[in-house]
Ligand binder design. Structure first.
Ligand SMILES: *Cc1c(COP(=O)(O)O)cnc(C)c1O
Length: 363
């Protein structure tokens, strides 16, 4: 097998060890004679997989006792509707929600929320083409918002919060889809944290939601039961059939993370990986990252070649060297390297070596 490095933004690279273990267990999980895919979600075998995944997620993220961890479906985009349907009932309707617009994902979130509430854009970095994060003292929060929505890592634009904003008693809701488990987080500062699994947790199909208990039980009557956090919590995330195989793989990733030293150790590695790439890009006159230094994402690094006409040749050469899925999102163009937990430093070293080689040849 040729070694490749997969820089996809999502679905994304998984630890090879995890894939190998899943392959070895594919047709016969722990002597059960069954694949995990074939098991009843209420059977003893799968219940043990499910319980271990929940326990490990709680341990890795240091989730306090007064928070529930829910396994849902519907992805990050699903939560854009599920969050308002669950939180707005705490206020008279129509309620106001504050959004901090920092890129493509918060833009999608606030547009979806308009179906359910009055949207206040408390701050926006649209004028900087989403290369900055508005500092907290610039936010114009509403008097009586139901919650404040932020995206702590904008996967497409490559901006990341390196601070936790204080919004007082109003619940802070964070879309952490693309950097959950990549850095330490003080969960107690948030009301709700959510993330689709396919960036940094496991396969697509599973959505992780961490919610403070007092925020559960206020769903609007229009909220589907399968997405009502109270119903999900009361049924231990088994109200309807959960995405069993995705939960199993996520569980293997959690065990892998624990063997790596947990989130604190991953964070140190992620800092080193990102520094290697940004330092090279900054020193080069041939490539450019346009994000302000204090809000650059450690996970998703968009960059541009000085001459767009070289993009096709750049990507072809990268592919020849096993450096895959570097094309930038269609809405912003250029290139993007995603450096999730499962991307080893060797992948970033190989990318930087190729960047140098291509620059020498074409610069
Ligand atoms: C990928 C992503 C989403 C969308 O996830 P889906 O699973 O496709 O719904 C939402 N928010 C962020 C920050 C993402 O990176």
């Amino acid at each position: 097998m040729t070694r490749v490095f997969n820089f996809s933004a999502g679905p994304a690279v998984l630890p090879l060890e995890v894939l190998q273990q899943a392959a070895a267990e594919m047709t016969d999980w722990h002597g059960s004679g069954m694949s995990v895919m074939e098991m009843s979600h209420r059977g003893e075998e799968f219940m043990s997989i499910h319980a271990a995944a929940l326990r490990d997620a709680r341990e890795l993220l240091a989730v306090p006792e007064n928070y529930k961890i829910l396994f849902l479906q519907g992805g990050g985009l699903g939560q854009n509707a599920i969050v308002p349907m669950n939180l707005l009932g705490r206020k008279p309707q129509p309620a106001v929600v504050d959004f901090v617009q920092t890129g493509s994902w918060t833009t999608k979130s606030l547009n979806e929320a308009r179906k359910y509430c009055t949207v206040n854009i408390a701050a926006s970095s649209a004028a900087s083409k989403f290369t900055t994060i508005p500092p907290r003292d610039m936010w114009k929060l509403s008097k009586d918002a139901a919650y404040v929505h932020i995206c702590t890592n904008e996967t497409i634009d490559g901006v990341e919060y390196h601070f936790t904003p204080d919004v007082g008693d109003v619940p802070l809701v964070a879309d952490m889809s693309s950097h959950i488990l990549a850095r330490q987080v003080d969960v107690s500062k948030y009301g709700v944290i959510f993330g689709g699994a396919q960036k940094n947790i496991g396969p697509a199909g599973l959505t992780l939601v961490i919610v403070r208990e007092d925020l559960i039980g206020h769903a609007l009557s229009i909220c589907p039961s399968a997405f009502d956090w109270k119903v999900i919590a009361e049924n231990n995330s088994m109200f309807n059939t959960p995405p069993t195989y995705a939960i199993y793989i996520a569980g293997l990733v959690f065990q892998w993370l624990k063997r790596q030293g947990g989130v604190a150790a991953m964070e140190q590695r992620n800092i080193a990986k990102a520094a290697l790439l940004y330092d090279y890009l900054d020193a080069s006159g041939f490539y450019q990252n346009r994000v302000a230094g204090d809000c650059r994402s450690r996970m998703n690094v968009p960059f541009y070649l000085r001459d767009d006409a070289l993009n096709t040749a750049f990507l072809a050469g990268a592919k020849e060297r096993g450096l895959l899925q570097l094309k930038g999102h269609k809405s912003v163009g250029g290139m993007r390297a995603s450096l999730y937990n499962a991307m080893p430093i060797e992948g970033v070293q190989a990318l930087v070596a190729y960047l140098k080689e291509f620059e020498t040849k074409n610069g």
